[in-house]
Design a protein around this ligand. Structure first.
Ligand code: FAD
Ligand code: N01
Length: 556
């Protein structure tokens, strides 16, 4: 394996560097990948990261109210018992700054910074079939070579700003939740617009409302939400969890979505509305994902079952919002519960009871243009603002990968290969792109799970494959086209058996004009997906080919 001299933090150069593995991205995925490959397998590794710090999502998304929807005791690494037991987040759901501090702590603790090159965006990576290596190019003009490339680029790391006419003309301040400045942003005394009502907006709106003199929210699709019931975790609960590391780790890895939640045995379809209401009321008061990822499983499959969950949640919105017209706008319509990401909220609905907070429907009357003083709707109504906040989401799951000009065998471009939708085996590799791994790539459970669980599973799987390659004397590993075709078909088949494809969501690519409409994550659920991966590995890597001829030819 190649040795690389360590550089001082932040001063790395990338010209003519040759390493065993290049990891792209320094979020949860990239940081752990570096630890596995360098500290556990002894490989030389270079991590390339656009930002100037670790954290990924938690480095970029610094909007007011940004915090996790996963509970703190499971939104962290589980690979090291001491790390898990020693770190203590302060509340039930950790906030952005605390999560970033946690990842920084992990990077320090495992001495990872010396192999991370910040301020370095990867633009291209080309596979050389003759010698089985990748050449990686960066925006700074670096060229690095490596046998392995691990794209730990995230699923929600390319923010999306709609191409409204006149977007550059606004004279006030403009922000995007997914790319928030690294300085305090003040709203006191300001007239603020928030465009969008997804998970980011639902967290930001109550906080911005506390400062702004007027807040106007532009909503295209009302979303179902669940209460967070945020707060401190009782000491006795914390102690019991600390003592049950092995149990928690096992349960979340075997679960449906990476949480200590399991679905009810009895379906909503075979229960009365009163029974459903009673069950959901307890879960609603507890807060968290208990209604979504641990409630009635049949809500994902039949409209009858789903309607009972919707009825319960819609009644809660009407109870909490004073003005009936505003409440009606906030009640979701035209799609089932649970098939669009269900965010957790704190005081979201009550915020619309404040006299200085206004809700505008832009489904019936879309935003026509951004103007120098604010924005204009299609019917000609003008609004004036000091600040516009775009909470308009991400080009999710595929763009972080296709934004890099990956070229595999025969110079084939990944973007071109995925033009009609992603094509992968297990969401981990794409045929024709040897030794390139995609952490939580499309067609893996990724965003339909507590992602730290899925990240650890993928990172550990990649390091297992790389370690096994050494044992087999293999130069390259690659998914077969047959295995990939079968996996793509399997993913669509599983999704089509559910209600997920019936809604226009970013899971379907529907938030980006022109993006193909295919279901992007995998719906096997975390535990069964993991079992499938383990079975494949234990059965001699069905669907993968290992090639040992390159080194032999060079030696010959
Ligand atoms: P990221 O954290 O996205 O990191 C990827 C990194 O790669 C980034 O730092 C990026 O700069 C870098 N990168 C990308 N492309 C390049 C390139 N070409 N060159 C160099 N560097 C590049 N998940 C949950 O499970 N629970 C939650 O409650 C939750 N809350 C979330 C809240 C928000 C606001 C968002 C946006 C996402 C949330 N997620 C949540 C999902 C979250 O993205 C994952 O949990 C996790 O942080 C992903 O880690 P990652 O390392 O895979 O990707
Ligand atoms: O983005 P979104 P997000 N005109 O795509 C609207 C994770 N996350 O950043 O629904 C008007 O959900 C769009 O409308 P519509 C989580 O996985 C997690 O909020 O497409 N409006 C929508 O309302 C989440 O799902 C957490 O009709 C336009 C909004 O903008 C994912 O990140 C917190 C528009 C975008 O919502 C993305 O969440 C935050 C237009 N032209 C994020 N274009 C936690 O776990 C878009 N919109 C706490």
């Amino acid at each position: 394996m190649t040795a690389v001299a360590p550089d001082t933090r932040g001063q790395r150069a990338g010209v003519d560097v040759d390493v065993d593995a290049i990891v792209i991205g320094a979020g949860f995925s990239g940081v752990y990948m570096l630890h596995r490959l360098r500290n556990m397998l002894g490989l030389s590794v270079r991590v390339l990261e656009t930002g100037d710090g670790v954290g990924g999502t938690w480095y970029w998304n610094r909007y007011p109210g940004a915090r996790c929807d996963s509970e703190s005791y499971v939104y962290c690494y589980m690979f090291d018992k001491e790390l898990w037991q020693q770190w203590e987040y302060s509340e039930r759901y950790p906030e952005q700054d605390e999560i970033r501090a946690y990842i920084e702590h992990v990077a320090e603790r495992f001495d990872l910074y010396r192999d991370i090159q910040f301020n370095t965006r990867v633009t291209a990576a080309t596979f050389d079939e003759a010698n089985g290596t990748w050449t990686v190019s960066t925006q700074n003009g670096d060229r690095l070579t490596a046998r392995f490339v691990i794209a730990a680029v995230g699923t929600l790391s390319v923010s999306n700003t709609p191409k409204f006419p006149g977007i550059g003309s606004f004279a006030g301040e403009t922000y995007h939740t997914g790319c928030w400045p690294h300085r305090p942003v003040h709203f006191v005394g300001k007239r603020v617009a928030v465009i969008g009502t997804g998970a980011s907006a639902i967290q930001a709106i109550p906080r911005i409302a506390q400062e702004a003199s007027e807040l106007t929210v532009f909503q295209r699709t009302a979303g179902y939400t669940l209460p967070a019931n945020h707060g401190p975790v009782p000491e006795v609960v914390k102690r019991a969890r600390k003592a049950d590391y092995e149990g928690i780790k096992r349960r979340i890895s075997e679960s449906a979505a990476g949480f200590e939640l399991s679905f009810l045995e009895k379906g909503a379809a075979e229960s009365t509305q009163e029974e459903v209401n009673a069950e959901l009321k307890t879960r609603y008061n507890q807060g968290g994902f208990g209604i979504w990822l641990g409630g009635y499983l049949d809500q994902f499959f039949t409209q009858d079952a789903n309607a009972k969950i919707r009825k319960f949640l819609e009644d809660r919105i009407r109870e909490r919002v004073n003005d009936p017209a505003t409440a009606e706008l906030l009640v979701p319509k035209g799609y089932p519960f649970g098939v669009k990401r269900v965010p957790l909220e704190s005081h979201y609905y009550e915020t619309f009871n404040l006299p200085h907070v206004h809700l505008v429907d832009v489904k019936s009357n879309p935003i026509a243009a951004i103007t120098p003083t604010g924005l204009r709707l299609s019917d000609g109504t003008d609004y004036e603002f000091d600040t516009i906040v775009y909470a308009t989401g991400f080009d999710a799951l595929t763009a972080p990968f296709t934004n890099i000009d990956f070229r595999g065998r025969g110079g084939r471009r990944l973007e071109e290969k995925w033009a009609e939708g992603p094509r992968t085996y297990l969401g981990l590799m794409s045929a024709g792109f040897p030794n390139l791994f995609t952490i939580t790539g499309p067609q893996s459970p990724s965003v339909l799970s507590n992602m730290t669980v899925s990240i650890e599973q993928h990172v550990e799987l990649v390091s297992r494959i790389i370690a096994d390659m050494a044992d087999r004397g293999a130069d390259t590993v690659e998914a077969t086209r047959e295995a990939e075709d079968a996996w793509v078909a399997h993913n669509q088949e599983v999704a089509e058996a559910t209600l997920f494809p019936t809604a226009a969501t970013w899971y379907m690519g529907a938030n980006i004009p022109g993006k193909p409409r295919v279901f992007l994550p995998n719906l096997d659920f975390v535990g069964p997906y993991r079992a499938k991966c383990d079975e494949i590995v234990n059965n001699g890597y069905e669907g993968f080919v290992f090639d040992a001829t390159i080194t032999q030819e060079v030696v010959a």
